[in-house]
Design a protein around this ligand. Structure first.
Ligand SMILES: CC(C)(COP(=O)(O)OP(=O)(O)OC[C@H]1O[C@@H](n2cnc3c(N)ncnc32)[C@H](O)[C@@H]1OP(=O)(O)O)[C@@H](O)C(=O)NCCC(=O)NCCS
Length: 164
């Protein structure tokens, strides 16, 4: 598919903020962060996400249309692991192979630094679960009632892929 994938830098912080807010609004119950008042966060919050971890953007016709991101796990005994967050593609671009390209980019980056990538996915998010199955993120547990929102509870799948 005609898309360009590249790592976002500090100067892309505004673009990241815009697309992350778009993702949370478009798919409010698919992200654990949906309860957070993300719009109030300063630009420095997004810059930190870009410099302390890695974010890869998918561009079409020069526009950021999706992203996937990684943050390192900071505990001393867990520095071989990273956590994927924020996987998102604009709806019309789904099902065209661009998500696979984002995953390839994230994993290419991660292989130099980490042995394992963990990801959490709300269990009712069937499309993402199926995508993660295809790209090798294996289920290793379920956190029951991981999210509470508006009096409702959501379970979250814990998945991981070994890079070694
Ligand atoms: C997650 C995401 C980036 C994946 O990209 P994508 O282009 O949709 O992925 P693909 O189409 O390659 O793979 C999705 C799979 O789910 C299947 N699928 C499509 N709709 C589905 C549905 N309603 N229920 C179950 N499976 C579904 C597809 O057929 C495909 O499976 P296949 O490869 O066996 O045919 C994208 O769906 C997205 O942005 N989702 C909304 C945000 C989100 O939920 N992010 C994840 C947070 S953890």
């Amino acid at each position: 598919m005609a898309g360009v994938i590249r790592q976002l830098g500090e100067s892309d912080a505004k673009k990241l903020r815009t697309i992350w807010i778009e993702a949370l609004k478009a798919e409010p119950e698919m992200y654990e962060a949906f309860c957070a008042s993300i719009e109030k966060r300063p630009l420095s919050h997004f810059k930190k996400r870009l410099t302390k971890g890695a974010v890869f953007g998918a561009f079409r016709k020069g526009k950021l249309v999706g992203f996937s991101a990684l943050r390192p796990v900071l505990s001393p005994g867990a520095r071989h692991k990273a956590e994927m967050w924020g996987l998102y593609l604009r709806e019309p671009l789904r099902g065209k192979g661009l998500a696979m390209e984002l995953i390839d980019a994230i994993e290419g980056f991660a292989r130099e630094k980490f042995d394992v990538i963990n990801v959490r996915v709300v269990d009712k998010n069937r499309r993402t679960r199926r995508f993660l199955d295809r790209v090798g993120y294996k289920l290793y547990g379920i956190e029951r009632r991981a999210i509470r929102s508006g009096g409702r509870f959501f379970d979250v799948e814990l998945r991981a892929k070994r890079l070694l």
